[in-house]
Design a protein. Structure first.
Length: 234
């Protein structure tokens, strides 16, 4: 006797996105306890990442391994999802409170059409120099040309304090710089402080081109992944 089984397709990205949302909202009980927020953020992210379907345990294991290993491709995939999750959360918060509540103002017409240099989203990690483990509680500050960078949108703190939930990772989205030069080379400095470690700094140069529109969305190919910051014990 032969028994036919119905093959059920599942979009594996749903589980990855929901897990990323759970991590991002770990310290936001005001949002985490609202199913509508989770559903809205999940829909936002899933509409911006390609589906990845599985129909067997083997497929699940293969895709899970891709997300859990430390190759550049898997890291890029996870970074893209985490960044989209943060953007989705920020959009939800915008609908929940007026911009005036957090000091952000609406751009004037002249500002909207003026020349700008958009800066990338910035991502990096802080680790212990002896064990290689992620460092929790490190204060990470981004400076551009010697000045503390202003965030492009609310919800992107600077300085950023690494947490256990972020596994030592930090992220910034610096505001665009208004400049009509065809190209502009910026010096990006990341300063890391922790009471148990010696201060550390990394610097990098990036060159941007003039544009006439502010970047208001996040794409995985627009992320600048900085060198890992290695801290030495004080």
């Amino acid at each position: 006797m032969r028994t036919e089984q119905t093959v059920q397709l599942k979009n594996y990205q749903e589980d990855i996105v929901l897990k990323a949302i759970d991590i991002a909202l770990e310290e936001r009980p005001d949002l985490r306890d609202e199913p509508s927020v989770i559903n809205d953020v999940a829909a936002y992210v899933l509409n911006r990442v390609p589906p990845r379907y599985i129909m067997s345990e083997r497929g699940f294991t293969r895709l899970a391994a891709e997300h859990l290993d430390e190759s550049s491709s898997s890291l890029g995939s996870m970074i893209g999802i985490l960044v989209l999750v943060n953007e989705g959360i920020e959009l939800i918060e915008r609908r929940r409170r007026p911009f005036a509540a957090n000091g952000t103002r609406t751009l004037t017409v002249n500002e909207e059409i003026s020349a700008v240099h958009n800066l990338p989203q910035i991502f990096g990690k802080v680790i212990d120099g002896e064990s290689g483990a992620a460092v929790d509680g490190a204060s990470v500050r981004l400076s551009i040309d010697g000045r503390t960078a202003e965030p492009a949108q609310p919800g992107w703190p600077n300085p950023f304090v690494t947490q256990r939930s972020t596994n030592g990772y930090y992220s910034f989205w610096p505001a665009a710089v208004r400049d009509d030069s065809e190209t502009h080379t910026f010096t990006l400095s990341v300063d890391v402080d922790h009471p148990a470690y010696q201060p550390a700094r990394i610097e990098t140069l990036i060159t941007t081109c003039c544009e006439f529109a502010l970047q208001d969305n996040i794409t995985s190919d627009g992320i600048l992944n900085l060198d890992t910051v290695v801290l030495q014990r004080a």
